[in-house]
Ligand binder design. Structure first.
Ligand code: PMP
Length: 407
């Protein structure tokens, strides 16, 4: 059996991969088993923001792997403090809970918000509510899918966890109306990634900050995908000059080589955790901490935030200039764009398959959106090369079938 047959035979079918077998990566490039090179316009949903197998990350990984990897948090280790200290410095927050995957860090935030609401705000035990947004994506655990609005993520997985209230994304007035004396927190993505790179109206985040302050509600931002340079700022909340009470980070925090996540918050929030009340065997291990710290240093020292801002503006400008009937809308910020394909002409999946044939790796989200989010280290020439191919695909889709439809 070849690699695709083997994976299909032995893996659960919870993914529908594009038909390419990858074996090697470097920077913004990936190679398949036949030796063909691709430009990565996906960067593993932001997990590979640093590019693939960056020498700095690799050096940090191997040096620490040769020293100490997983002693557990039954003991202190000499790597965790420096890593969390840097996270607090960057976010302007006070303390962090290290975890592994994004979903675990979201679960951590939910537990922290609930306990804070009982012990600090004084909500009656068991009554806390967290306000979330329609179209959200915060992971795949049972509690997290309980407040998804995507039927596919929920179907057959109930009963669901109560305690969540839904409002439309980007609608400040609806959110304020949904606040009750039982509201512990608002938990949202600053830009919704999996929903199709949905950018909220200007001022919404700042408005959220005001409303949360007025009602003594925690503002918790899930920046698992938007954080660490993706939008052209260290954190998307900086675009509106606010600071959340807690921020959830993951993906790029692992430098593209390990799962590393964290919930970073004000001391008043993290202090609700007492020994034994929360934890993870692998969370905060020195290997993850060493890689995480190097990932943060690399973003700063290689100017990746600035790169994302400048190249991102270029990418969005080029995408907006692509006048094709197949392209209905372009949304995004920094090196992060969602291109909405007209479903009457093609599915986003078909667009991604055509991109693959031309040597560009992307992935659809939902039926209609092509995600364009290269590693932040991408060279301008590689970005332009990939965008040229995207334009050619649009031309194929809009040209042939567009005319057929009009006839
Ligand atoms: N939050 C957001 C905003 C995400 O985009 C994702 C993953 N796409 C997650 C949480 C979950 O992260 P993980 O898959 O590492 O659990």
């Amino acid at each position: 059996m070849n690699a695709i047959e083997l994976e299909t035979r032995y893996s659960a079918h919870n993914y529908a991969p594009l038909p390419v077998v990858l074996t090697r990566g470097q920077g913004a490039h990936l190679w398949d088993t036949a030796g063909r090179r691709y430009v990565d316009m996906m960067s593993a949903y932001s997990a590979a923001s640093h590019g693939h197998v960056h020498p700095r990350i690799l050096a940090a990984l191997t040096a620490q792997a040769g020293r100490l990897a997983v002693p557990s948090r039954a003991y202190y280790n000499d790597r965790l403090g420096p890593f969390l200290g840097e996270l607090c410095r960057l976010t302007g927050l006070d303390a962090a809970v290290p975890m592994n995957t994004g979903a675990e860090a979201v679960e951590t935030a939910i537990k922290a918000a609930r306990r804070w609401s009982y012990r600090v705000k004084g909500i009656a035990h068991g009554a806390a509510e967290i306000i979330v947004a329609e179209g959200n994506f915060h992971g795949r655990t049972t509690a997290v899918i309980s407040f998804s609005t995507e039927p596919e993520y929920r179907d057959g997985f109930g009963p669901f966890t109560p305690g969540f209230r839904m409002v439309p994304f980007g609608d400040l007035a609806a959110l304020e109306r949904a606040i009750t004396p039982q509201t512990a927190a608002v938990l949202v993505e600053p830009i919704q990634g999996e929903a199709g790179v949905i950018v909220p109206p200007q001022g919404w985040l700042a408005g959220l900050r005001r409303v949360c302050d007025a009602h003594r509600v925690l503002l918790i931002l899930d920046e698992v995908q938007s954080g660490l340079g993706r939008t052209g700022a260290w954190f998307a909340f900086e675009h509106e000059g606010i600071r959340p009470d807690g921020v959830i980070l993951g993906k790029a925090l692992g430098g593209g080589v390990l799962p590393v996540s964290a919930f970073v918050a004000r001391r008043e929030v993290t202090d609700v955790f007492t020994p034994g009340s929360h934890g993870s065997t692998f969370g905060g291990n020195p290997l993850a901490a060493a890689v995480g710290l190097e990932a943060l240093y690399m973003i700063r020292e290689e100017g990746l935030v600035e790169k994302s801002r400048v190249l991102g503006a270029h990418m969005l400008e080029r995408l907006h200039a692509m006048a094709s009937p197949a392209l209905k809308e372009v949304r995004g910020r920094g090196l992060w764009a969602g291109a909405e394909i007209d479903p009457a002409l093609a599915s986003a999946r078909e667009a991604c398959e055509r991109l693959l044939e031309k040597g560009v790796l992307s992935k659809e989200t939902h039926q209609t959106v092509v995600r364009l989010a290269p590693p932040l280290v991408i060279a301008r020439a590689d970005l332009d090369w990939a965008l040229d191919r995207f334009e050619a695909v649009l031309h194929e889709l809009g040209g042939t079938r567009g005319r057929a439809r009009a006839a």
